[in-house]
Design a protein around this ligand. Sequence first.
Ligand code: IMP
Ligand code: MG
Length: 200
Amino acid sequence: MFFIPEHYRGTVDHILITHGTIQDRIEKLAYDIARDYKDLTIHLMCVLKGGSAFFQDLCNAIRKFHDYSRCTQIPFTFDFIRVKSYEGTQSSGEVTISGVSMEKLKGKHILFVEDLIDTGLTMKKVFEKITAEASPATIRVASLLEKRTERALAIGFKGDYVGFSIPDKFIIGYNMDFNEAYRDMMHIGVINEEGIQKYK
Ligand code: IMP
Ligand code: MG
């Protein structure tokens, strides 16, 4: 029922969330965030590369609410960071953060912008590291997706703002990838076996 570009035909099992629904959900997330932070400046930390589409759309939505709010502070500042922890479809559990200097985060209201919380291990480690090394005022995460898995339950990390709770399938599209493929597909979908073989 939805458009899948020719180059991905036959490699997508199904579309899970359409681009339009993503936008509608982001508008509400932005509304919740703008209301919660009121007159504070949020320091957004966009987790590259997967989180960048969500980041752009979230910024635009927060800006829209802020511009009509009569609040006088800057709504947000931001950094782009890289967190390395994933190869193929398995989470390795090892985490390194690059792209930000810890001194600059002191006293800031940090909001991570992440594409997907799977096991929650990446964000758990990032939170521990930032809390220990940067002493921010507050630290939260906005994640577009959160998987319902046993592993996630065991690790126990929960997103503060979550767009959609999804089943434990490998997700692609809207900037999320399988070995760099599918980032350009604008809907969120589930890869099939043909896709895994083609891009592995
Ligand atoms: P976690 O540490 O298990 O929570 O994994 C976090 C990161 O792994 C996410 O930020 C994603 O970038 C990546 N990831 C996890 N599951 C998927 C998936 O289904 N598709 C694409 N990337 C994924
Ligand atoms: Mg990510």
